[in-house]
Design a protein around this ligand. Structure first.
Ligand code: NAD
Ligand code: TYD
Length: 350
């Protein structure tokens, strides 16, 4: 029986990855290590928490001694590392958490696997989950490939870029068997409502303004989260050691177009007159250093490992809206307490 560590498994993408691995691989023991920050929520894993091949450990990847002890105890065969501070706006107001978790935390994990595995790397894999934001911002033309030079702009993307470099450095220096993937913007169930899509669904539902940064002309490439989880499964099992794979939806949307589409879907689902939700659109001060466009070329993953996105965007968006409307209790629970403080500081006070 293999023992696999998944970090950040109580977060948005992590919970989908944990669910997929626990359900698809009954012969693996899946250990989910998560600090349970504001973004981590064990409610996300209610449906699998009693499975015999699943275990949750609460802990902080920034605590090096704790990480070493954890590795000595479990002797993991593989690591899928998702734990991170992940929201660009929070990285602008509070960069240090990003430096600790995303950089120091990643190095703590690298040191622990390196120490435990160095006698025999055979059959082992350290899989680092990263973002397309490390490549920087595109103009109207162009697309990120695995060879695009890194050019991050936000403290978030710079901390992820730094962790990617460190993961590669441990491969090149110590021979650590690593693999990295860089994915575009994800959407779907269990995403914390600070990111564009769930934030706007929640605001439309509650008739609150929809704060569109700048002119809403920024472009993102959206991928359904379960397709990302499937790509992670494939890359973990079939990806070539030392390689990087880009993951993306080939699905570019200008923010304002996406927001108008979301408003249409919400009007329909809430039985509101057409055009009602779009009246909530409010243009606000732009995000500092706001990257204009992300677009990702995932042909390496598609051609070499046979992955492709399964869902059409409008279908995925509708499915996502349905999920948030059906899971009102989840949404109410995560938008309580500290969330209100964050919301006021980010959107009301300035
Ligand atoms: P998230 O913010 O929803 O979840 C992050 C999880 O990490 C939370 O459960 C949190 O409690 C945990 N965590 C944070 N700090 C920790 C620490 N010090 N120790 C242990 N656990 C800690 O993030 P997400 O959107 O699910 O992103 C997961 C990963 O995927 C991140 O590495 C992110 O950079 C990457 N990624 C995200 C996207 C996206 O669109 N969301 C796209 C590409 C890549
Ligand atoms: P976000 O979901 O934060 O993801 P990222 O910054 O990692 O791409 O934002 C997606 C896009 O939506 C981005 O261009 C910023 C924009 N945005 C808004 O216009 N208003 C908001 O309140 C938020 C959170 C994002």
């Amino acid at each position: 029986m293999k023992t696999i560590l998944i970090t950040g498994g109580a977060g948005f993408i992590g919970s989908h990855v944990v669910r997929l691995f626990v359900n698809n691989y009954p012969d693996y023991k899946i250990v989910n290590l998560d600090k349970l920050t504001y973004a981590g929520n064990l409610e996300n894993l209610k449906d699998i928490e009693d499975k015999p091949n699943y275990e949750f450990v609460k802990g902080d990847i920034v605590d090096g001694k704790f990480i070493q002890d954890l590795f000595s105890k479990y002797n993991f065969d593989g690591v899928i590392h998702l734990a991170a501070e992940s929201h660009v706006d929070r990285s602008i107001s509070n960069p240090m958490e990003f430096i600790y978790t995303n950089i120091v935390g990643t190095v703590n994990l690298l040191n622990a696997v390196n120490f435990i595995w160095k006698k025999d790397y055979k059959g082992k894999k350290f899989y680092h989950i990263s973002t397309d934001e490390v490549y920087g911002s595109l103009g109207k033309e162009g697309i990120f490939t695995e060879d695009t030079p890194y050019n991050p702009h936000s403290p978030y993307s710079a901390s992820k870029a730094s962790s990617d470099h460190l993961v590669r450095a441990y491969h090149d220096t110590f021979g650590l068997p690593i693999v990295i993937s860089n994915c575009s913007n994800n959407y779907g169930s269990f995403q914390f409502p600070e990111k564009l899509i769930p934030l706007f669904i929640n605001n439309i539902k509650n008739n609150k303004p929809l704060p569109v940064y700048g002119e809403g002309i920024n472009i993102r490439d959206w991928l359904f989260v379960e397709d990302h989880a499937k790509a992670i499964d494939l890359i973990f099992h079939k990806g070539e050691t030392g390689e990087t794979y880009n993951i993306g939806g080939n699905n570019e949307w200008k923010n304002i177009d996406l927001i108008r589409k979301l408003c249409e879907i919400m009007d329909d689902k809430l039985g509101r007159e057409k055009g009602t939700s779009a009246k909530l659109i409010t243009f606000v001060k732009d995000r500092a250093g706001h990257d204009l466009r992300y677009a990702i070329d995932s042909s390496k993953l598609q051609n070499e490992l046979g992955w492709k996105p399964s869902l059409d965007f409008e279908e995925g968006l509708e499915k996502t809206v349905d999920w948030y409307l059906e899971n009102e209790e989840w949404l109410n629970n995560v938008t309580f307490g500290d969330y209100q403080k964050y919301y006021n500081e980010q959107y009301v006070k300035r």
